[in-house]
Design a protein around this ligand. Sequence first.
Ligand code: ADP
Ligand code: MG
Length: 322
Amino acid sequence: MMYKTFSGKTMGTTYSVKIADTFKEPAELDKAIAEILGGIDAKMSTYKPDSEVCRFNAFRQSGISFPVSQETAEAVQAALEVSRQTNGAFDITVAPLVDLWGFGPKTVNKPLHILAAESAKIKERIGYQKLSVHKETQVIPAASFALKKSQADLTIDLSAIAKGYGVDKVAEYLDGKGYKNYMIEVGGEIRCRGKKTAAADWLIGIEKPVVSAGTDGVQRTFVLRDRSMATSGDYRQERFIDGKRVSHFIDPRTGLPTQFGTDSLEVLASVTVFAGDCMTADAWATALSVLGVQHTPEALQLNVLYLFRQGNSIREVQTGNF
Ligand code: ADP
Ligand code: MG
């Protein structure tokens, strides 16, 4: 084998890092990578009660600074930026709506009209505008960071951005150690640098977005050189309520699942975003799953592959320069 692989579990999913450079201390590297990803999970998890995110969610006081690490502050800052650029289609305060529609920890068995009515009320209680990040530069010796909410029961969920953030942090570490040829993957979000071998690039396949793809599961393959790629898909979490398809992406602007109530037989099944850094790709893959292809902001110049599905046939739409 031309490269060395380090893999494990983090953030409720798996990771793998492949390094094609020659190197001396694989044991140390294994530990360093596990620690970087584990450290982010410990801060941003919505499942670990003592994570910064869970403690902030349990902290029911408005207008009071809640100290967090620089990492959590950076991820929240980046998320708020995407919220502003999408007028709230991407919103990390959306969890109460995600829970209502049955994509949270609890199963839900309510008829559609009740869900739609309740979502209108819950919609008023969420909103990224009620969340802010503060940097306190007066503190010596180091700057400190804090989050604030302007409504006591506001909560955050970084699951749409944390994996990409983790990938970038591992990349930063490897760059600092002088590695120039690697592939980092956390739960399907990927960042590559250099090549796999002198003769071969890192080739990344995008899954055919059908529930059971079988053996021929790859829709497209891309060379990833010095860039990142993230995919958001709906096909593994497909659910139906009263015979209607319900997406696990919730549009915070309406309180309803995306593409809700459309009679179209064709659905947006996956969105893949290419960007320099993986956090941007990750957040935008979710954001564009909510916005849809017509509403992708052109100014962003993101390269995006949208896969639409009707029955078992897939239609591709690409934007940007591949
Ligand atoms: P995954 O790979 O876990 O499916 P995504 O990056 O596609 O991850 O994010 C999906 C998660 O994002 C959902 O599980 C939900 O918690 C959250 N989410 C749903 N709708 C939104 C939204 N409009 N803005 C931000 N996050 C959302
Ligand atoms: Mg995402």
